[in-house]
Design a protein around this ligand. Structure first.
Ligand code: ANZ
Length: 806
């Protein structure tokens, strides 16, 4: 533990900062607004974990730097307090989520977030469960509904049997619930969707110009999953009026098709199945319903008994149904080309279907004669494909697309993997979706002046498992009247996805006290979009995709002037413990409170920022904490042990150079989140200072100023002890003089056997060996020593080099 009494001055400064409103900006009048955002936490019962603190502190260092560089920095914090995670914990504890959430929020704010030393402006706190907040979440839903961007449809959905609710695709990880890990099932339910797919191309295109962490952008590109291919019709033998549409990205492989497969619940399955096979097909559909096989399981499927003629050869191709074919993607049906597609190959192996190679490597050493033992998924030269043989894959792709277009039985088509965002949740703890069902008028929006639709107090708030929310059992909530005709009507009883709450919170912070608008137009113009957002990359395709979609939609509907919410985004690294990500669900949570108690906020902050490059993942270990504690102890010692006044003489020469070099390094590394090397530069500088016979006021004050964003308390305390009455956090960031960085140089005479023969110019801190080496190689010296034996080279520091020859 540190030797200084951090507990004393942390509490004192925290209070002083709050009294002075040091971190509150005048949002109306700020001249150089800088919106510094971090992702607000779920106030779960376990409290903040070290990953949260890591993320928040790194973001705060950035905010503090920008503030010292002259910006009016707004750094708000709030609570993402609705949703399954909060509710699940309430279930475990048997405590009503409203009570538990309020308790946790209080604890997060008072006992944790206020201790980590961040410059939060608590006067703009938001809480998504506050009716004054979710009133606007509902309002946003209504704007989308009125614009046709919210739609109710029956769809096969991901159903989590444990959480007893549906999940969005983004919340299903490898077939399992993102929250509780249960294997997800498939159900048909009427659900509300937000039409994010309308924005697929823009979500993709805008990424190029966004200054965001590259790996997050690439995850988003992958998730949007744009592909260009061919959608074409295939006839069904014996059923002249039915066609199956298939989608392929590889029309060049069409001659290698040996089967066609439909998704298990493709609408045509019943119509095209041979009666003899019907029983087997229905049994298979039921099997698929009851449990969704995880992706590494064996391929399953069933033959329909029917065939389709190959569009070019007329060969009879069997039609199967198979669950590796996805319902909502492409056309929901595929042409199976086992030779050139991994999944098709696995399926063909399982079902004993032929494999027919039709693309060959341009690398001729691989012969088409050797039968394929694995798939050849690359492009190459097309073979055994009628008139297309000999073309490159690309040429064949084009020619075959053109053929289908000419025959009007297919067209080039662009598809996206992105799905519409399913936002209905059959749960209690969320904002009710503001819709009323009228027997005559259908789904009618709740009039805006009746918002919020309050979440009713309920005794029975536990998930029901029946496919409806607990709200459906609250008669007084359900029964209402139609806003259009006044006759009895029913309210929608599902609540909306917690990710809708967090898709717009950044808009609310600056306007958190505005009662008239979700966001005040004038303040929003001044402060948004967000200048810098920092958060975990684990939200790349969840929160960070939703927040972009909602901003685009609000922009198009005329509610905001920008369509990208975050000008810059940086993903902090994920902190792991011996390889496993630290998370509540894994149970390996390091309690930051212990570290705060034991080390104080400053040492914990500097330690976290010194562990490694901020944007890289890293292991959390206690190793290295001592070094950081010693560093702060030594600074404390240096300042507090000093007696009398500090010398104020101007710095000169090398001492000046080292000071400016340190400012330069810290100033360059800090804004680009290379916090570890910035700290290393300060550590080196402390070594220099300690060796100096006498430190000046400038030496000490510069070091304290540079350290202030990282260690806000100790620097404030030392700043005061140096005699300042203003805060170190209100001081301007120091600049450096480029000319001071020039290394001092000296001219050294070179003697040979005592007589001066040449001179060299070297930087004054050049090591002895290097000086001797340079002295030996000058042209003149070489001339004099040629043919002689060199007996000795003597360097008299700062004076001369003497070479002794014989
Ligand atoms: C034949 C083929 C041959 C294919 C080949 C690939 C390689 P992306 O790039 O992700 O868009 N596909 C199409 N619809 C599908 C669905 N509903 N469920 C599962 N798979 C589907 O992938 C497009 C490819 O994925 C398509 O091209 C199709 O397989 C498959 F050598 O068609 B391909």
């Amino acid at each position: 533990a540190p030797h200084y009494d951090f507990a004393d001055f942390e509490a004192r400064w925290h209070e002083r900062w709050e009294d002075q409103k040091l971190y509150q900006v005048d949002l109306q009048r700020a001249q150089r607004p800088y919106y510094n955002l971090m992702m607000f936490p779920y106030p779960s019962a376990e409290g903040l974990h070290v990953g949260n603190v890591y993320s928040y502190v790194g973001s705060d260092v950035h905010g503090r730097l920008m503030s010292m560089q002259g910006y009016d920095v707004f750094e708000p914090m709030g609570f993402d307090a609705f949703g399954i995670h909060s509710e699940n914990f309430a279930i475990k504890q048997g405590i009503h989520p409203r009570i538990l959430t309020a308790r946790n929020v209080e604890r997060f704010r008072e006992l944790q977030l206020k201790r980590i030393g961040n410059r939060f402006d608590w006067s703009h706190e938001v809480n998504t469960t506050d009716p004054e907040y979710y009133r606007w979440t509902q309002w946003i839903f209504l704007q989308l509904f009125k614009a046709g961007l919210a739609e109710r449809k029956a769809a096969p959905v991901n159903w989590c049997p444990k959480d007893k609710t549906v999940l969005a695709d983004e919340q299903v990880i490898n077939g399992h619930c993102e929250r509780c890990g249960s294997l997800v099932e498939r159900r048909w339910l009427e659900q509300w969707f937000l039409k994010s797919t309308n924005y697929a191309q823009r979500l993709l295109d805008n990424l190029d110009a966004l200054d965001w962490t590259e790996r997050v952008k690439s995850l988003q590109r992958h998730w949007i999953g744009r592909s260009e291919g061919l959608e074409f019709q295939m006839a069904v033998d014996g059923i002249p009026d039915q066609h199956v549409q298939v989608y392929t990205t590889r029309p060049d492989t069409i001659f290698g098709m040996t089967f066609v497969a439909l998704a298990p619940h493709h609408p045509l399955v019943a119509a095209i199945t041979d009666p003899v096979y019907q029983k087997a097909v229905i049994a298979y559909q039921e099997q698929v319903n009851s449990l969704r096989s995880s992706p590494d399981d064996a391929m399953t499927g069933v033959f329909t008994g029917m065939y389709t003629p190959h569009p070019f050869t007329g060969e009879r191709i069997p039609i199967w149904i198979a669950d590796f074919v996805l319902e909502g993607y492409g056309a929901g049906a595929i042409m199976g080309v086992p030779a050139h597609d991994e999944r098709d190959f696995a399926f063909a192996q399982q079902m004993h279907l032929p494999v027919r190679q039709v693309v060959q490597s341009t690398d001729t050493t691989i012969s088409a004669e050797t039968p394929l033992t694995e798939t050849f998924t690359s492009t190459g030269i097309v073979i055994d494909s009628g008139e297309y043989s000999g073309l490159t894959s690309e040429q064949a792709h084009n020619a075959i697309c053109t053929w289908f277009e000419a025959h009007q039985s297919g067209q080039r088509s662009v598809k996206y993997r992105l799905r519409d965002w399913l936002i209905s949740r059959q749960r209690y703890w969320g904002p009710p979706i503001p819709i009323i069902y009228c027997p005559d008028h259908g789904a009618v929006p709740v009039p805006e002046d009746q918002l919020p639709v309050l979440l009713p107090e309920a005794e029975d708030w536990m998930p029901t498992g029946t496919g409806v929310s607990p709200l459906a059992a609250i008669e007084s909530f359900v029964h209402t009247t139609c806003p259009i005709c006044g006759q009895p009507a029913r309210r929608e009883t599902d609540v909306s996805d917690n990710f809708l709450d967090s898709a717009w919170y950044y808009l609310r912070y600056p306007s958190s006290t505005d009662q008239q608008h979700a966001w005040n137009p004038e303040i929003t113009r001044r402060w948004l979009p967000v200048d810098m957002c920092v958060g975990g990359a684990d939200h790349s395709v969840l929160h960070l995709m939703y927040v972009r979609f909602i901003a685009m939609a609000l922009h198009d509907l005329g509610h905001i002037s920008f369509s990208e919410p975050f000008s810059r985004f940086r993903a902090n690294g994920t902190i792991t413990m011996a390889g496993a990500k630290i998370s509540k669900s894994k149970g390996n949570v390091i309690n930051p409170d212990d570290y705060l108690d034991y080390l104080g906020a400053d040492a914990f902050r500097v330690y976290l920022m010194f562990m490694g490059p901020y944007e890289m993942d890293g292991d959390f270990t206690d190793r290295g904490i001592n070094g950081v504690v010693r560093f702060l102890d030594r600074i404390w010692q240096l300042v507090t042990s000093h007696t009398g006044s500090w010398p104020e003489r101007p710095l000169e020469g090398e001492e000046r150079r080292l000071l400016h070099l340190t400012i330069k390094r810290v100033s360059e590394d800090t804004p680009v989140f290379k916090y570890n090397t910035a700290i290393a530069a300060m550590m080196e500088y402390l070594n220099v200072l300690e060796r100096k016979p006498e430190q000046t006021r400038q030496d000490i004050e510069t070091l304290i100023t540079l350290l202030a964003p990282f260690a806000p308390y100790i620097t404030e305390e030392l700043w005061a002890r140096l005699g300042h009455s203003d805060s170190v956090h209100a001081v301007s960031w120091p600049g450096y003089d480029a000319d001071a960085l020039q290394q001092e140089s000296m001219i050294l005479p070179i003697q040979i056997n005592g007589r001066v023969r040449d001179r060299i110019q070297v930087a004054s801190d050049t090591p002895e060996d290097a000086i001797k080496q340079q002295a030996m190689v000058t042209e003149k010296v070489q001339k004099f020593v040629a043919g002689h034996h060199i007996a000795k080279v003597i360097y008299v520091p700062g004076r001369l080099v003497n070479i002794v020859i014989n």
